[in-house]
Design a protein around this ligand. Structure first.
Ligand SMILES: [Zn+2]
Length: 153
């Protein structure tokens, strides 16, 4: 005699909070964010400065030592590029946003860009090459959300 099998299907979102280690280099970067500071590291060969910091310079294929070449950087930068999106990029549970402006920002003194929201700006005012500065979240947690976004400098 065969057993009947009952298959139940549930549709919906499953929330899964998890923790993972980001590595020694990014760990240092997040510690900086928690203290409202931007920390980058510098390739000892070509001098390029990375934000967020990297273990290996892709250009020179050189390992940047963990215990040196750290640089404190300002909270100002240049807008390299931007886009407008009707979707939140960091929240899958409520995707709809109202035309967020997302920018690629090169922190002054660095050679790489980070991606954050541009705040308190109208699309017409946004220009590549404009100077911007960080708006920190009041309470920091040591993760990328410590930076709320960037405003016109
Ligand atoms: Zn290099």
């Amino acid at each position: 005699m065969s057993e009947d099998k009952v298959i139940v299907a549930n549709k919906g979102l499953v929330r899964a909070d998890f923790a993972f280690w980001v590595g020694q280099y990014l760990d240092k970067f997040y510690d900086g964010l928690e203290n409202k500071k931007i920390v980058g590291n510098k390739c000892p060969k070509c001098g390029d400065v990375f934000v967020p910091p990297r273990k290996i310079c892709g250009k020179c294929n050189v390992v940047i030592p963990l215990d040196e070449n750290w640089i404190d950087l300002p909270e100002t930068g240049t807008l390299m590029n931007f886009t407008i999106t009707p979707y939140r990029v960091n929240d899958r549970s409520s995707r709809k946003a109202k035309n967020w402006i997302i920018g690629m920002i090169q922190i002054d003194g660095s050679n790489t860009s980070i991606v954050y929201r541009l705040l308190n700006m109208e699309v017409e005012d946004v220009k590549n090459g404009m100077k911007v500065k960080i708006i920190w979240n009041e309470k920091t947690k040591g993760d990328p959300s410590d930076i709320k976004g960037f405003v016109k400098a």
